[in-house]
Design a protein around this ligand. Structure first.
Ligand code: UDX
Length: 436
């Protein structure tokens, strides 16, 4: 199959290289000539484990190419995936679809022969209808079917998520489009097929409903964690106790500083807006958004409380800045609000993150960025573990303590058994568990 990905961002690049790895002929197109030139030279613009090697081997194999020329790539393609950005529009929280619509116009002008146009970007319900309308208006002769194929990739695990998906949702009722999409995903279907065909609007809504449900699940366990602290219960055991019920499921029940990232914050707000527009409010998700927003600053208050209530003139070491491990992505990272609140309370923040510091530097004024966890702890009155990178899971606690002024650890990801940290002479606070 000849496949074109419009947009060589996170989704476009990961999906494109995985399709190429399946043996398809893939061209990733982007209007950013600098990005395309860098990709051609082997430079990967994002941090994603395994991506660089997979791109290199598929480029070498001649299955993956990069281009800025949409028209040349689209002509003769079997399927064109739209994987451009859909940022939150300033002011009203709706998704900004201008890049999607521009891609639809570019595709319409260039298609030849039957082509499936697939929206992979996360787009509000009804966007497929609009893409189809734009294509037909721009080129009434275009022989296209417009399908929705949302992605469920997690940053840091995107390649395995793509190659071993729980399901692949494809929204189209067009028989020719279904045949093309089945062929594209055939390498996944050797055993049981994960493909699920639906109507287009249903596929579009599945993506939002899935992300909103997961965000709600995290927010639920976060509120239960707060309650655990009050009643003297342990949230990890509560999570295990409820999660082993198959109807609930054990994943996404890790209490922490609140969800961040490029998807959950944006998609929950967009779903709330869509639902309001259709006069069918999703009140659980409205509440999820509000609870998650307040949680980040509440985590700063937790750190201040663990330090005796006054942090003026004190230094705090923050370990982990990205919204989760194995990414350099700082979008909506809880660390941003937490650090700002700590600075507002009068503290100096020293920070270390294994991959996210370059992205974090322009976002965090006045933070001292350090070379590793121990350097960050130098002279600090507390260490706050905000993102659970593997390298923070087995810190040399005596060494950490020796670098610090006061031995306080606030573990917002429940990485450590409380008793272990306390044994090393720390005052210890975590989320939804007693100090130990
Ligand atoms: C998410 C979805 O998982 C993915 O299917 C979708 O396509 C895009 O959005 P991603 O944002 O990469 O992926 O990360 P994910 O691993 O889902 O984590 C999101 C946020 O939730 C992170 O801030 C993470 O720390 C937090 N989280 C996750 C928790 O606080 N507790 C959990 O148990 C799980």
């Amino acid at each position: 199959m000849r496949i074109v990905m419009i947009g060589a961002g996170y989704v476009g690049l990961v999906s494109g290289v995985c399709f190429a790895d399946f043996g398809h002929d893939v061209t990733c197109v982007d209007t950013d000539a600098g990005k395309i030139a860098a990709l051609e030279a082997g430079g990967i613009p994002i941090y994603e484990p395994g991506l660089e090697d997979l791109v290199a081997s598929n480029v070498r194999g001649g299955r993956l190419t990069f281009s800025t020329d949409v028209a040349a790539a689209v002509a003769g393609a079997d399927a064109v995936f739209i994987a451009v950005g859909t940022p939150s529009r300033r002011g009203d929280g709706h998704a900004d679809l201008s890049y999607v619509h521009a891609a639809a116009r570019d595709i319409a002008k260039a298609v030849s022969g039957f082509t499936v146009v697939v929206t992979k970007s996360t787009v509000p319900v009804g966007t497929g209808d609009e893409v189809e309308r734009i294509i037909r208006e721009t080129n009434p002769d275009a022989d296209v079917a417009v399908a929705s194929n949302p992605e469920f990739l997690r940053e840091g695990a995107a390649i395995s998520d793509f190659k071993r998906p729980d399901r692949v949702v494809i929204g189209t009722v067009d028989e020719r489009a279904r045949a093309v999409m089945s062929e594209i995903y055939r390498p996944l279907s050797l055993n049981a097929s994960p493909l699920m065909f639906t109507e287009r609007r249903t596929a579009e809504l599945i993506k939002y409903a899935a992300n909103a449900f997961l965000a709600m699940k995290i927010t639920f366990i976060n509120e239960i964690a707060d309650l655990c602290e009050k009643v003297g219960a342990n949230v990890q055991e509560v999570a295990r106790g409820i999660g082993s019920d198959n109807r609930i499921g054990s994943k996404f029940l890790n209490a922490g500083p609140g969800y961040g990232g490029s998807c959950f914050p944006k998609d929950t707000v967009a779903l709330v807006k869509t639902a309001q527009d259709h006069d069918s409010p999703v009140r659980l998700i409205e509440t999820t958004v509000a609870v998650n927003d307040t949680r980040k600053r509440a985590m700063a208050r937790k750190i201040v409380a663990a330090m005796g209530g006054d942090v003026r003139g004190k230094t705090i070491a923050v370990l982990g800045l990205t919204f989760k491990p194995n990414t350099d992505d700082m979008r909506e990272a809880p660390s941003l609000s937490i650090i700002t609140a700590l600075q507002d309370a009068g503290a100096t923040v020293r920070a270390y993150d294994p991959e996210g510091m370059e992205q974090a530097k322009p976002l965090l004024e006045g933070v001292v960025f350090c070379a590793d966890a121990y350097a960050a702890a130098e002279g600090a009155s507390a260490v706050a573990l905000v993102t659970e990178w593997d390298q923070f899971r087995a810190l040399d606690l005596p060494r950490l303590k020796a670098a610090m002024r006061d031995a306080v650890m606030v573990d917002l990801r429940n990485v450590y058994p409380p008793a272990e940290v306390v044994r090393h002479g720390f005052a210890y606070a975590s989320v939804g568990r007693n100090a130990g």
